[in-house]
Write a protein that binds this ligand. Structure first.
Ligand code: SME
Length: 174
């Protein structure tokens, strides 16, 4: 990622974000501009992430449906379909309603290994005000792949996806 810094004011966070990150955010905005369908938007963002993030092996969404996380659009190997509240990194991010960054998945109690190549992981909740819609989950084959800049960037992506999309009634329900 470039070390050139630029100021981004379009997302949840107003912070210094690298040029590479700005390009990702610009592409997310362009892809979602004029389209509010949840499935189309999640599918396109899942496809966009591996094109912009180095060294990842899985990127995608789980949606909060009737009290559990259910697999949504993703890029990567087939993954577990349902994750109960509180289970794994995804379930913990959902319960805590905050981003969880895991430097070494083998050190995370209860980590769910969908892809044995994964070594580190970041899970960002999709929140519409207080309502949990789901999570954005990204895995890397490298230890400690995700830093605070990645967290800010991916929280901004998640915020934009939430705002740019019309959510059907069956997503975000207990
Ligand atoms: N590792 C996740 C499960 C989802 S896969 O990584 C795609 C977890 O522990 O919740």
């Amino acid at each position: 990622m470039s070390s050139i810094q630029t100021h981004v004011t379009t997302g949840a966070h107003e912070s210094a974000i690298s040029a590479g990150a700005s390009e990702l955010l610009a592409n997310v905005e362009a892809l979602l501009g004029g389209e509010r369908d949840w499935l189309a938007n999640l599918a396109n963002v899942a496809a966009l992430l591996p094109a912009h993030l180095q060294d990842i092996n899985w990127a995608g969404f789980y949606l909060w449906r009737q009290g559990e996380l259910v697999l949504g659009p993703f890029q990567g190997r087939p993954a577990c379909v349902r994750i109960a509240e509180g289970r794994g990194v995804c379930g913990q991010a959902a319960v805590r309603r905050t981003t969880v960054v895991v430097k070494d998945v083998h050190e995370f109690p209860g980590h769910i290994a969908c892809d044995s190549r994964s070594r580190s992981e970041i899970v960002v909740p999709l929140l519409n005000d207080a309502t949990l819609l789901g999570v954005l989950d990204i895995d890397s084959p490298s230890l400690a792949r995700f830093d605070d800049a990645d967290r800010v960037l991916l929280e901004t992506v998640a915020h934009h996806v939430v705002r740019a999309t019309d959510w059907p009634d069956f997503i975000g329900k207990d």
